[in-house]
Design a protein around this ligand. Sequence first.
Ligand code: ZN
Length: 286
Amino acid sequence: MGENTRVSIPQSFIQELLSRVDVVDIVGRYVQLKKGGANFMGLCPFHGEKSPSFSVSPSKQFYHCFGCGKNGNAIGFLMEHTGSGFVETVKDLAQQHGLVVPQEQISPQEAARQQAQREQRKTLSDVLAQAAHAYSERLRTTPLAIDYLKKRGLSGEIAQRFGLGYAPDTWRGLASVFAAYDDPLLEQAGLVIHHEADDKRYDRFRGRVMFPIRNERGECIGFGGRVLGDEKPKYLNSPETPVFSKGHELYGLYEARSAIRDAGHVLVTEGYMDVVALAQLGLPQA
Ligand code: ZN
């Protein structure tokens, strides 16, 4: 899942961060707590209950549920509650407290290279977000595509949750979305194909229902596109780009993560439409 998973954060920084946060404040953002003796008590957010068995200790900086046994510190609570990963949670929390997560020592050249890479990724994500928005707007005004999704049993609400869209069946549909159709960024983002031989450019996705693929932060990093009829290829995906590496991403993970935590399991299916259809059927952990 990108470079995040390879970041190692020094233990000393985690300790410093934990010394600046108060687990009572953190839990209190999500759970109504009442003082009871030395601790605070509330209804456990991780299992259904009517009388409070969820205890937060300001002196130990720990929470513990006597009902379901869940326990941990402020970082663990946030991970459990939001479904975010460790690095992501630490970064968020550090930012809220004005701290910068320390990076390993790197040379100025390497720092510049990483900065350029981050900027390129950011620019590509912006381009992809703009395309996703245009595709979803287009879906609203394309009865043919709406009918197709309805026939597959999808509600407008589910289509919206997954950001589904429609790429019109024209060669240069994105020319009306982006100021410069010949901007190389559109090729780098995998949205436009540049045919070198005759220097022609055209949209990669045409006449397809569009499934935005999101990373763990919810940013659109690519698309899967499905034809409405029986044309081939049935599915077309974004190519590998600086922001999209197929082997490292799982479609629907971002949308499903809190449901996966609630259910305690995950359903893995073969296709985009399976994921969306299962969510529609009340199985959002797919
Ligand atoms: Zn509990």
